[in-house]
Structure formats: C-alpha cells, structure tokens
Design a protein around this ligand. Structure first.
Ligand SMILES: Nc1ncnc2c1ncn2[C@@H]1O[C@H](COP(=O)(O)OP(=O)(O)OP(=O)(O)O)[C@@H](O)[C@H]1O
Ligand SMILES: [Mg+2]
Length: 247
C-alpha cells in the first residue's frame, strides 16, 4: 500500500446524476482562480469514453480548466453504463483497490489538492469486496456530499452522511444542486437545507441553481461564487496543509 497521502475532498453524490461533475468542476475552477493548485480526478468512469464530448472526463477537464489530459483525469474507463464493479466485469477487467488508487498517482504528484469525483453514491459496488465509500476511506479524504435540491433529498442526504461517519469518513458538508428541472425550485429548498444541517449535524455550503445549458465555466464559477460558501469549503482544504489531517 502506498504511504503517500492524498489531500483534497472526495465528492460523492446521494445518487447518480445529482450534479457531482458540475460541482466538482465548478469548485475546482473557482478555487484555482483563487490561487489553489487543485486537480480533478474521476478514479473510475463508466458509461462513456474519456474523449467523448459530454463525458465526465471531458466536462471535468473543460469546466475546471485544468491542463491535465482526459486520460489522466479518468484513467479507468468502461463503456457500459453500469456501476463500476459491473462495468469492469462486463469489460473483463475486474478492478482492485490498489489499481484504482495507483491511477491517481500522476495527478497526486502534480497538484497540491485533488477533488475526487466518485461514481453514483457511497454504497455503489466498486471492487468484488469494496464499495465507493471504501475508496474515500483508502484515500483518507473528507467527504463533500452533492445532493438534489428538491423534495426527497433529506432522506438520501442523511443516510449518506450517517453511513460515511459510520465508516469513519469525516463529512465536510453538503452542496444542494438543482439538477432536476422538475423539482428545481420547489418550496422545500430552504427548509431542506436547515433540516439537513440540524439533524445531520453538518453544514450545507449552498445551493447551485438551475443553470442554462450548455453550462459554461464562466457561468458555473459566477453561480458558485454567488450561491456557495467557497471559503468554508476551502477551509477543509487548508486544514490539510502541512500534513494536518481532518481524519
Ligand atoms: N445546476 C444545474 N443546472 C442545469 N443542469 C444541471 C445542473 N446540475 C446538473 N445538471 C445536468 O444534469 C446532468 C447530471 O449532472 P452531473 O453529470 O453533474 O451529475 P453526476 O452526479 O456527476 O452524474 P454521474 O453519476 O453520471 O457522474 C448533466 O446533464 C448536467 O449538465
Ligand atoms: Mg459525474
């Protein structure tokens, strides 16, 4: 096992399609503009090709503005739109945790911090014996949870927070995202945030509004500056400087 430590945040979702890529890329873009050396890494990507327009690797690269190659951002890519374990099995290439971790070495050495985009939610099968949460444990990274902004999010968010903590992963907070046009602006938004903070004993750093497609880096960054407490998220990175661990 590598003794090198990864610094950064593990960006997990309550589900697939909640806006992890948008949040990860937008945070990286904004914090890079503010002078932090930060890379983005998608350890396992399924359901697309790294070079395909619109894939996670492509959007992470374009929206964050990093200069890393898409093959470095997403080193393990499987075409089938399945959970990583199943997509890897379908490709005849079962994954091992240390192989997944090794895929991030280039970016870890190049950047001070990494924002790591998980796949799906925390209990998604990753290897034959491990789930996505085990990767956060292995990397010793605090969790930044991206959740849908609308009705139904309290349950998914609290379950994810409690499960992460049960596995020993510190929770760096939550970003709500209006990923779902149907529920984008329902009345639950403000009360959801305060309920999650109160019951989940965590911080909701903000809520990303519904953005116009195609989403551009400029609009994403200005929306995050307006709606998300970037300084609060940055403090979770800064506490990891000089070897400090929030773990
Ligand atoms: N705030 C938003 N405004 C408009 N569209 C959004 C917003 N957030 C997400 N989307 C759109 O919703 C879709 C899902 O978002 P995204 O790809 O970031 O989710 P994800 O959690 O990364 O999904 P996956 O599990 O596939 O990695 C994308 O098409 C994205 O452009
Ligand atoms: Mg994604």
């Amino acid at each position: 096992m590598s003794s090198q430590t990864f610094a950064g945040l593990f960006v997990a979702g309550t589900d697939t399609g909640v806006g992890k890529t948008i949040a990860t890329a937008g945070l990286a873009a904004a914090l890079r503009e503010d002078g932090l050396d930060l890379g983005v890494w998608k350890p396992v990507m399924s359901g697309g090709l790294a070079d395909e327009e619109g894939s996670d690797a492509w959007r992470l690269q374009v929206l964050s503005g990093v200069e890393d190659a898409r093959e470095e951002i997403a080193p393990l890519v499987f075409p089938q739109p399945l959970a990583p374990l199943l997509a890897a099995r379908a490709a005849g290439q079962p994954l091992a945790m240390e192989e997944i971790v090794a895929g991030g070495e280039v970016l870890r050495k190049r950047h001070r911090f990494l924002l790591v985009e998980g796949a799906g939610g925390l209990a998604v099968p990753l290897t034959e014996t491990e789930m996505m949460v085990d990767l956060a444990v292995r990397l010793r990274m605090p969790l930044l949870l991206v959740a849908r902004a609308g009705l139904g999010t309290i349950n998914h968010t609290l379950l994810s927070i409690w499960y992460a903590r049960e596995r020993g992963v510190p929770v760096a907070g939550v970003i709500l995202n209006e990923a779902d046009a149907d529920h984008a602006h329902d009345a639950s938004l403000a009360s959801n945030a305060s309920m999650i903070e109160q019951v989940g004993e965590t911080t909701v750093w903000g809520s990303i509004p519904r953005l116009r497609e195609p989403i551009t880096r400029g609009e994403l960054v200005s929306s995050l500056r307006e709606n998300v407490n970037l300084a609060g998220i940055r403090s979770w990175l800064e506490m990891q400087m000089d070897g400090g661990e929030p773990w």
